[in-house]
Write a protein that binds this ligand. Structure first.
Ligand SMILES: Cc1cc2nc3c(=O)[nH]c(=O)nc-3n(C[C@H](O)[C@H](O)[C@H](O)COP(=O)(O)O)c2cc1C
Length: 193
């Protein structure tokens, strides 16, 4: 049987974004683990701010439907996010909110979040590495969307110096945490295939 397919999502559009670097590194690590990986940027999934009037008028935007289908086409999800005011950035929250509203024919509610594990990573120039964003993100995914979120996670602090010139994590503890989080994600995705 072919290995699991994992989707990696970055929570920032900023040029030079640290969480995009973390997402890119996660892709690299997953490829080494012989896993099929696809990376998603919200750049390719532009969505308006969620508005119930808009939804009532024309349903979720095409990008939300497309992103939901991407989730469904993969066996596991890794999200790398920044931290905004001790929480999840609006770009990511908005994307999750819209995807949570997509219900294609025959789908149970929150189909995109079911039957596949999620694993989380964050990074920030601060000393917490965005760990508080992961608390919020875990709440959104687990309590809001009914997703299985693995207990393993990685938060990369002092992001300006955390990556070396090969775009790897310079410090062993962070590198190990990323590797073991991804390993657990692949293991669980394989079990749930
Ligand atoms: C509105 C806003 C709020 C922020 N709040 C936090 C915060 O609570 N904790 C933190 O560590 N960094 C915070 N930052 C700094 C971000 O971590 C930093 O801008 C980071 O580079 C953003 O992630 P990115 O590099 O992936 O774009 C905030 C930045 C913005 C714009």
């Amino acid at each position: 049987m072919a290995g699991p397919k994992i989707i990696v999502i970055g929570g920032s559009l900023r040029t030079g974004s640290y969480s995009t670097r973390l997402a890119a590194l996660a892709v690299k690590e997953l490829l080494l683990a012989d896993v099929e990986v696809n990376r998603v940027s919200f750049e390719d999934y532009e969505m308006p701010i969620y508005d119930a009037n808009l939804e009532n008028k024309s349903g979720p935007p095409a990008a939300a439907v497309k992103l939901k289908q991407q989730f469904m086409a993969h066996h596991g999800v890794f999200i790398a996010t920044p931290e905004y005011n001790a929480s999840v950035p609006p770009l990511l929250k908005n994307g999750i909110d819209w995807v949570s509203r997509v219900r294609e024919r025959g789908d149970p509610p929150y189909a995109a979040f079911k039957n596949r594990p999620f694993a989380l990573g964050s990074t920030s120039p601060g000393r917490f590495g965005g760990a508080r964003a992961l608390i919020a993100l875990r709440q959104i995914l687990e309590l809001g969307c009914g997703a299985l979120v693995l207990p393993d996670q990685v938060s990369v602090a002092h992001a300006e110096t955390a990556f070396n010139d090969k775009d790897e994590l310079a410090e062993q503890p962070a590198a190990n945490a990323l590797r073991s989080t991804l390993q657990k994600l692949v293991e669980m995705a394989r079990l749930m295939m």
